[in-house]
Design a protein around this ligand. Sequence first.
Ligand code: ASP
Length: 341
Amino acid sequence: MNKKPNILLVYTGGTIGMIKDYKTGALRAFDFDKLLKRIPELSHLNCDISTISFEEPMDSSNMNPDSWVRILEIIEDNYTAFDGFVVLHGSDTMSYTASALSFMLENLSKPVIFTGSQLPIGDLRTDAKENLITSIEIASLMENNQPVIKEVCLYFEYKLYRANRTTKINAEHFQAFASLNYPALAESGVHLKVHKEYLLKPTNKELVVRKDLDARIAVIKLFPGINEHSFECIINNDYIKAVIIETYGAGNAPTEEWFYKVLQKAVDAGKFIVNVTQCSGGSVNMGQYETSVHLQELGIISGKDITTEAAIAKLMYLLGAGINKKTFKTVFETSLRGEMS
Ligand code: ASP
């Protein structure tokens, strides 16, 4: 008889872990050690659940690369002992953390499912229970003694997404995330339907954890009226090694001379400049319009249809890995974890 899958639930913080004190109306942190007692439904799941919590659960606005490494190390230390991982995380920066983990966990062959909620787990109308229960169910899916999901995912409001394709799109709706450039990997309704054709293909190689991230990057969102001085200040600051420019539409930008000159100076100084569209869906296609030909001529890196969240994570990861100047553009433009088409 096959043994039950072993799932590790990692609580990092966020709304999901709160409970309302109905006397005072205040929200307070939930005691995750008593999770199974408080949510008896969990004991009906066909898996064994262990929990581990950040000593001080945090609002996800305070997450940073050091906290990403803490999550990574929990998974690394428990990788052989568990069949799958569910990470409970605040929804505000969940797409950033989950995208980062997708790069930090190379050759992943087990599910790492990020989830959270818009309402605390102790609230009567909470979305937390469904998100939590289905995430655990998905992490427990096995076929021929192997996990079905072997990548970093984000589950929210009946949909499982590839994490590095997601963006938080709504601060109030239960459907808080979207993945506009890649279809959902699974959907939960009366049945749990996994779209296997969209899953990452397993590698059969040993897990490699990547902890070196270099955060000396900046993101500049273009807007009509952006001026030379502020653009120059950020992009040609000595501290900054790489910049993501959120451009218009299919990767378009002003053709004014100053714009070209500032970029030229940055490229000459060896900085990596990535073109990511500020549209939530669709792709950068430099050369399609006259307003992106100059970017192409400068050798600006195409972010294609990557999200800004995944581009940030990928830049930190590639800078941390010390990818050399010659190959950086090619490596960035190659899909490493299914983050771009
Ligand atoms: N501010 C919270 C956080 O991101 C919101 C949430 O949990 O959904 O930590």
